[in-house]
Design a protein around this ligand. Structure first.
Ligand SMILES: Nc1ncnc2c1ncn2[C@@H]1O[C@H](COP(=O)(O)OP(=O)(O)OP(=O)(O)O)[C@@H](O)[C@H]1O
Ligand SMILES: [Mg+2]
Length: 454
């Protein structure tokens, strides 16, 4: 026995909220149909591949799989399935308080989508009905900012060590929080436009004045001690390397270290920009993709070159960006630059890579000291002809060649990345919260990489 489920997708990409179309989930498929009125606006669609240009007169149909019950851009709005996932727990708790206790995994996902499928990262807002959409858009957002540094009874600390008792308090302050995927506990909040001063509010809406939206990422001191400072340093180094990097603040939230990062999926008026992870883009185009590391960087390059539907406007710039990000990831000890840590945004009518986010040098933590989620240039594989294992430098060269980057350009890019990270190891030494063992480990890793790339 099963019943088709229906929801509607809205967006604030235009000057006012608009319905994009209708979503159906059947026993076998997920389907989406654009509204004619929406098509007439000429605005972007639910995804770069699922674009109105291609699907104007065609329902988008996708057979459900273990990895994607929903179309990838919609799946991205649902937190990962781990029962330890902070965002999932937050919404499940909220649902339970409202008497909703889903029977199955899919039932839970559907309920979560209805509650937190709107107002989150990106430009898509999913609602159960149009009525709920209109109510939500019409509801005034509490404009207050709450002070979270002055000994409030807001005990997030307990929450972070996975004691649930304080979820209630968190709910009262934050409300049903829009979700963001990923492993690290995060909240979407707004802070004063001038920067962090200890006060937070709900995410801004409708051109809210004087506020800026941030992703607030909390440290889990027992699992990843020192992570916040490390991520902040990595963001700084990427900015120095010439990447577009959002403003960010290392903060403390009731004793818990946290990083507030300005959101890049909003414009200056707090309106959403078209936003889609590379994972969602690629999985929309290739149903063989099941994980955020299913494609090697080489395959990403090939998709950029050959995709019949353009998902980056400047293909050469995008390929160079990918290579530059890889070089910086290697030299900073980030082994986590998978397809969900790369995003496509639409700005001024062009699609391109978003500013840098989540460049955290996760290799500082031994369980993450690997490069397996970022395959490139056959690195680590055995060369059939010679029987030799492809080393790091050869892997980078193979990738560059595949991306159409000349040896001279690669040399220049590598030189620049080496130069900007020249004092990185010393700077790691200045971090106060990263345990000595992790620091030493990371220094050893990045020094070895420097040797291999020099
Ligand atoms: N500054 C930002 N602006 C807009 N969206 C962001 C920003 N930072 C993160 N996001 C979104 O939130 C998601 C999760 O954030 P992030 O990647 O920083 O942490 P994480 O995924 O928990 O870390 P990990 O990749 O180690 O699991 C990202 O994939 C991205 O979609
Ligand atoms: Mg991430």
């Amino acid at each position: 026995m099963s019943v088709d489920r229906q929801a509607v997708i809205w967006t604030r990409l235009g000057t006012s909220p608009l319905r994009m179309g209708q979503l159906y989930l059947t026993e076998r498929e997920c389907r989406f149909t654009y509204d004619l009125d929406y098509l007439a606006t000429g605005l972007p669609g639910i995804g770069a591949i699922y674009t109105p240009a291609v699907y104007a007169n065609d329902t988008i149909v996708r057979t459900r799989t273990d990895s994607f019950d929903f179309l990838p851009p919609i799946q991205a709005l649902i937190p990962p399935h781990s029962e330890h996932n902070f965002q999932r727990r937050l919404v499940i708790e909220y649902l339970a308080r409202n008497g909703v206790t889903p029977a199955s995994g899919l039932e839970a996902d559907w309920e979560i989508l209805k509650v937190s499928g709107h107002g989150g990262i990106g430009h898509l807002d999913v609602f159960e009905t149009d009525e709920k959409a209109l109510d939500w858009y019409a509801a005034p957002v509490r404009p207050e900012l709450f002070d979270v540094t002055q000994g409030t009874d807001f005990s997030l600390k307990n929450y972070l060590t996975w004691f649930d008792q304080d979820a209630e308090v968190l709910m009262q302050v934050i409300g049903p929080t829009p979700s963001v995927g990923g492993a690290i506990p995060k909240l979407l909040v707004s802070i004063p436009e001038s920067g962090w001063d200890g006060r937070i509010g709900l995410p801004a809406r409708f051109g809210a004045q004087g506020l800026v939206d941030v992703v607030l990422k909390f440290e889990q001191p027992t699992v990843y001690p020192g992570l916040v400072e490390l991520e902040a340093l990595a963001l700084d180094v990427h900015r120095e390397a010439g990447f577009n990097v959002p403003r960010h603040w290392v903060v403390e939230f009731n004793g818990v270290p946290a990083l507030a990062v300005e959101r890049f999926d909003r414009d200056g008026n707090r309106n959403p920009l078209f936003t889609e992870s590379l994972y969602s883009v690629l999985a929309s185009g290739d149903t063989r993709i099941t994980h955020n590391h299913s494609y090697s960087y080489d395959e990403v390059g090939r998709a950029i070159d050959r995709s019949p539907i353009e998902f980056v406007t400047n293909r050469d710039a995008a390929k160079r960006h990918l290579l530059a990000r890889l070089l910086m990831a290697l030299l900073t000890g980030n082994g986590d630059l998978h397809l969900e840590n790369l995003t496509i945004v639409g700005m001024a009518g062009e699609l391109g890579f978003s500013p840098v986010y989540d460049p955290t040098p996760m290799r500082a933590y031994s369980i993450h000291n690997m490069l397996s989620v970022m395959p490139f240039g056959h690195y680590g594989e055995t060369d059939e002809a010679t029987g030799a294992v492809v080393n790091l430098a050869a892997g980078v060269r193979n990738l560059a060649k595949h991306l159409g980057v000349s040896p001279a350009t690669l040399e220049e890019m590598t030189g620049k990345a080496l130069q900007v990270t020249e004092h990185y190891s010393e700077r790691l030494g200045a971090l106060v919260s990263l345990p000595e063992a992790n620091r030493k480990n990371l220094v050893t890793i990045v020094e070895r990489v420097r040797g291999q790339l020099s």
